[in-house]
Design a protein around this ligand. Structure first.
Ligand code: SF4
Ligand code: SF4
Length: 283
């Protein structure tokens, strides 16, 4: 169950590959520049001017307005700079020094745009793979005792499972089947060895696909333009809203489409101004 199937023929991945070849961040960076240096009060004002094809970073966007319009909620964050409405969140460089409001805002918008872009991309690439790796616990030969799917509180209602309130990271091998764990820092769906998510149907499909948890929408290419800084200690509440610049795109080898499209993913990262990082998660 845990050995992912071989990747499907490349032709089956064509829709996702088309998005990989045309990343959004080069266009978004150009928009940032135009907005911040131009006389535009709102992002929408600028978008109404983008009626012609745009070329940037060696890419051609035939209809930039159509591409950018769905990103308005993410792009409107830029308006904060002109409105002097900067939030209290802090974004640092790799050494921990705070970045300027402009640099911080650009990173914030890039992270939000890339997260949304990768959600669509990962979904298009996952569907043809007929793989359930993300929805099953470790197989018996794996060293991990369990896999963990972080959930928000409302998402826990999607799973008809017992809720466990551990005082500390527990010995999962004593847990017989999947369960929801309520840590002091949040919620997780825990899938012990050889178990499956209760929403995984026998035909390999997700029974709650349209309302599946956020984490299930985002494997296995991840946006790390910035990363939240936390105390790294499970069970301790954190109210910090601090982030560190990473400028990475993480792709996980376990996934069949990541293995099949390594070069295209690396190129996507490069065009997006990010360092591609490939690594294994399970084994
Ligand atoms: S909710 Fe759906 S996508 Fe998420 S682990 Fe369960 S079956 Fe897989
Ligand atoms: S995201 Fe990749 S590893 Fe996860 S189920 Fe889809 S194809 Fe398999």
């Amino acid at each position: 169950m845990n050995n992912p199937p071989p990747p499907p023929p490349l032709a089956a991945l064509d829709e996702g590959r088309r998005l990989l070849a045309q990343p959004l961040l080069p266009l978004v960076r150009l928009l940032n520049l135009l907005y911040l240096t131009g006389p535009f009060g709102t992002i929408e004002e600028l978008l109404t001017q983008l009626s012609e094809p745009v070329e940037t970073a060696g890419l051609r966007y035939p209809d930039p307005r159509a591409v950018l319009n769905p990103l308005l909620p993410q792009l409107r964050e830029l308006e904060r700079l002109k409105n002097n409405d900067l939030s209290a969140r802090e974004i640092c460089d790799e050494e921990g020094s705070p970045l300027s409001p402009l640099e911080a805002l650009e990173l914030w918008v890039s992270q939000a745009v890339l997260t949304r872009e990768l959600e669509a991309l990962n979904s298009l690439l996952c569907a043809p793979c007929r793989c359930t790796l993300c929805c099953t616990g470790p197989s018996p030969e794996m060293r991990q005792e369990f896999f963990e799917i972080p959930l928000t509180a409302p998402e826990t209602r999607l799973f008809p499972l017992p809720v466990i309130e551990p005082l500390a990271p527990p010995p999962m091998q004593t847990q017989q089947g999947p369960a929801i764990y309520h840590w002091r820092s949040g919620w997780s769906l825990i899938l012990p060895k050889a178990s499956t998510c209760p929403q995984l149907a026998t035909d390999g499909r997700c029974r709650i696909y349209r309302e599946r948890p956020q984490v299930c929408r985002r494997p296995q290419i991840f946006a790390y333009v910035i990363e939240k800084i936390n105390d790294g200690e499970r069970g301790r509440e954190t109210t910090l809203s601090r982030f560190r610049r990473r400028n990475n795109l993480l792709a996980v080898w376990d996934c069949p489409y990541v293995r099949a499209l390594q070069e295209e993913i690396a190129r996507f990262a490069e065009l997006s101004g990010l360092e591609p990082v490939f690594r294994s998660n399970k084994g």
